[in-house]
Design a protein. Structure first.
Length: 426
């Protein structure tokens, strides 16, 4: 039996697909790269944003239309968040599997192949560390350090699929990282719905985890995934100490979502703008080369023009190196979905204004690096040619020629709002 897996969404979802591929391989099933060659097609769904939901639903319907003799199995967040919609768009008898039931992937796929319907859903405390993974890139290794979260953000539906926080033991995570490095990995990505929540349920700390992994032998870098600001504030010094370690990218993804304290409260984010700014200022004073990434939701239902101006003010003040913008949309099961959305024209105008500010800030930040020589880890081929690397601050840089997995010095010759251009020097 031949099986293909199509993955939508975040790094965590990508790791889920690698685990499913591992389960299939252990059960003697052949993995193929595209739907055309497969007998069964798994669509690993994401449901965090409306545009992604549209892509997912369109893809499921397109596969069923174009490959009537193949079986489609649906996995991922959609299965837990919106089974009613899935029932409407999927063919009768479509099998699916929830993100907590990955160990049953082979059973579900086999049942689908035989024309049977099997649906395994529901939350669990099963570990996702140390499991066999099949991955196309052995240089970058993803480790899920915990699943679920501690928050109840009003705009979020992902928590409904991932459940309450469940952290995995530091010893198990360290063991997986050590094995990955022995197998040739040069980048370890620690991922979760909120990495800053790690250990709050097990009395361990994210800072201790980072230090343990960063203390392993070998030439590699660690990328720490998204951190909810509120969950860092009880270990500020520990986090800064961990991020100072040579093997840790000087990169923090800290979503602020809005510059308005009022809207933050409406979102139930549990932190204030003053707390966020104080933390950023302290980290930057200790780690001057820090790359700060943040997320902004444009047009939350209670966002007024005054609130929007506060967001502009905040961005111009803290100047994040990376800004991820999302237009607000109601999500299935999210508390804010009961509120009235703001007019689309207003949303579009605000989004465009922030996009311009975003590009202005990030291009200015990147252009300051022109002429500098930066240590860079080459992680893969560029999407438009050349080779793509990451500086020690996790800024993407494109060079004409390089060996994947190598650490090189790159002189920066040019910059855009999204990446740097350079050449390798001795």
């Amino acid at each position: 039996m031949k099986v293909s897996i199509e993955t939508f969404g975040c790094t965590f979802n990508k790791a889920d697909s690698q685990i499913m591929a591992g389960v299939l391989a252990e059960n003697g099933m052949e993995l193929v790269d595209n739907a055309e060659d497969a007998d069964v097609i798994i669509v690993n769904t994401c449901y965090v944003k409306q545009p992604t939901e549209n892509k997912v639903t369109n893809r499921i319907q397109k596969l069923q239309k174009h490959y009537p003799n193949k079986k489609v199995v649906v996995s991922g967040c959609m299965v837990e968040i919106d089974p009613e919609k899935l029932e409407k768009i999927a063919e009768d008898g479509t099998s699916w599997i929830g993100p907590h039931q990955l160990d049953k992937t082979a059973d579900v796929v086999k049942a689908a192949y035989e024309g049977k319907t099997e649906r395994d859903i529901g939350l669990s405390k099963k570990t996702k560390v140390g499991l066999k993974k099949v991955q196309s890139d052995d240089k970058v290794h993803i480790i899920q350090i915990c699943e679920g979260c501690m928050g109840k953000c009003t705009f979020c539906c992902t928590r409904l699929a991932r459940g309450p926080l469940h952290s995995y033991p530091i010893a198990d995570i360290k063991a997986e990282a050590e094995q990955a490095i022995k197998n040739g990995a040069v980048e370890i990505e620690l991922t979760a719905q909120d990495t800053a929540a790690f250990g709050h349920d097990t009395h361990e700390k994210l800072s201790d985890l980072i230090k343990e992994v960063a203390g392993l032998d070998g030439d590699f870098k660690i990328r720490v995934g998204m951190m909810h600001p509120k969950n860092i504030f009880d270990d500020v010094d520990g986090i800064i100490e961990a991020f100072k370690m040579p093997k840790v990218y000087k990169f923090m993804h800290l979503p602020v979502q809005t510059g308005s304290d009022k809207v933050l409260k409406d979102m139930n984010r549990r932190h204030t703008i003053a707390e966020y700014k104080d933390f950023v200022a302290k980290v930057r004073s200790e780690i001057p080369d820090l790359t700060l990434a943040t997320d902004i939701i444009v047009g939350y239902p209670t966002e007024t023009e005054e609130d929007f101006e506060e967001t502009i003010k905040l961005l111009r003040e803290i100047k994040p190196s990376l800004i991820h913008l999302s237009k607000y949309r109601h999500r299935e099961g999210a508390l804010s979905s009961s509120l009235k959305e703001i007019p689309f024209k207003v949303m579009k105008r605000r989004s465009k204004e922030l996009t311009n500010i975003k590009e202005e800030i990030t291009e200015e930040e990147n252009k300051q690096l022109i002429g500098k020589t930066l240590e860079t880890l080459i992680v893969g081929k560029g999407s438009k040619g050349g080779y793509m690397g990451k500086t020690y601050s996790y800024i993407p840089v494109i060079v004409p020629e390089a060996k994947i997995g190598s650490f090189v010095n790159v002189k920066i010759n040019d910059a855009t709002s999204t990446y740097l251009l350079g050449e390798i020097v001795d």
